[in-house]
Design a protein around this ligand. Structure first.
Ligand code: PLP
Length: 378
């Protein structure tokens, strides 16, 4: 059996090596490392794939979130509602811009709670940032309705959910990240669509916002050396775009491989009393950026050590809620009650999840997880 890894980028690369290497070589031969046709080609292919009007490639997912917030004309002290159970970038950029992150609770599907959003709204609230955590869309229909009622912007954090599809109650289907005013994604290597370094993109159907975002990402310029607003320098480079062009063609197949692994885990583990398998919402497909269990009366540290000794890596996403982090537990932020987030942080465990897991590995992992659960009860 091959060594079990949390993420297997090497195995995935081996299968597309010729095409990827050729794409990289073309960029090197052209020496068009920045703003080349490759970046434009990838942008157009991603627009078509997602069914969105504008894709603006940027340097990484964190920049995507920051530039999106910069484009909305917010002022210091405006409140941005974010889930407390997420990767830090979501709140970090709000704090950096002098906005007030307002941390709210999630539900047991790991996505922002609609009730919690409603309770957190004040006259200063300007933005809601739903994070489609672990690859499943938040309840966007309800969140879009709230945004409309209270005249708020929505920035979707789709860094973990590219390729996932949301179905509205009238049957309309939309891609993750393309439902709000703006959507953000990351091409960090381990993401569902990952490059070989840093990369990210912003999605929007709004022409005016797209132009503003493009300008901010390029030093606030529209005409060269004429700066209309304070911007940043954030771009996807041509080598990353060449890699992403190849990988985008395989994205559906990659997500299907993740779903097949998740189905295997589900079948084997749903009978265990000591864990809850990931909840799947009827309105969203799940692209399983992570496969995350909720443990019940299990010594998590001991279980992780036990699995590690058996050759099975596991991870805790995320061990500390954002509202309890040193950098965010202060008067510049606000936190609502987040009991679900606090419980989840103490009992979630993510199993190996990537495109290359085979049946032998999955059989071994689930067998050992079951044994490990019985051996580490509290
Ligand atoms: C990865 C990630 C980001 C940040 O993306 P980078 O490309 O690493 O900057 C933001 N939000 C979430 C939920 C992520 O998973």
């Amino acid at each position: 059996m091959n060594t079990i890894q949390m993420v297997d980028l090497k195995g995935q690369y081996e299968k597309i090596k010729t095409e990827v290497n050729q794409g990289i070589q073309e960029v090197i031969d052209s020496t068009a490392f920045i703003k080349s046709g490759k970046v434009n080609d990838f942008q157009r292919q991603l627009e078509t794939y997602l069914g969105v009007k504008h894709v603006i490639p940027v340097g990484n997912g964190t920049d995507a979130l920051q530039i999106s917030m910069m484009a909305l004309g917010l002022k210091p002290g405006d409140e941005v509602i974010v889930p407390s159970f997420t990767f830090v970038a979501t709140a970090e950029v709000a704090a950096l811009l002098g906005l007030t992150p307002v941390f709210v609770d999630v539900d047991t599907d790991f996505c922002i709670s609609v009730e919690a959003i409603k309770q957190a709204i004040t006259p200063k609230t300007k933005v809601i940032v739903p994070v489609h955590l672990f690859g499943q869309n938040a309840n966007m229909e309800a969140i879009l309705a709230i945004a409309q009622d209270f005249n708020l912007f929505i920035i979707e954090d789709a860094c973990q959910s590219i390729g996932s599809v949301y179905t509205f109650s009238d049957g309309r289907k939309m891609s993750s990240g393309c439902m709000g005013d703006v959507g953000c994604t990351s091409f960090f290597p381990s993401k569902n669509l990952g490059c070989f370094g840093d990369g990210g993109a912003i999605f929007t159907n709004n022409d005016e916002l797209a132009a503003k975002i493009r300008s901010i990402a390029n030093h606030g310029m529209t005409v060269r050396y004429y700066h209309d607003q304070v911007g940043v320098n954030s771009r996807l480079d041509s080598i990353q775009a060449a890699i992403l062009e190849v990988k985008l063609k395989h994205l559906d197949e990659y997500n299907a491989a993740r779903q097949a692994a998740a189905d295997f885990y589900d079948r084997e583990l749903e009978i265990c009393d000591e864990v809850s398998i990931p909840k799947r919402n009827p309105y969203s497909t799940h692209v399983f950026h992570q496969y995350t269990l909720i443990l019940d009366r299990i010594n998590r540290d001991a279980l992780q050590k036990w699995l590690n000794n058996a050759g099975i890596p596991s991870m805790i996403y995320y061990p500390v809620p954002l509202h309890l982090q040193k950098a965010y537990k202060n008067e510049r932020c606000r936190a609502e009650n987040c009991p679900v987030t606090e419980t989840l942080s103490s009992c979630v465990l993510s199993l190996p999840m990537h495109t290359e897991l085979d049946e032998e590995q999955l059989t071994f992992i689930t067998k050992k997880v079951k044994e490990g659960l019985s051996a580490n009860r509290i």
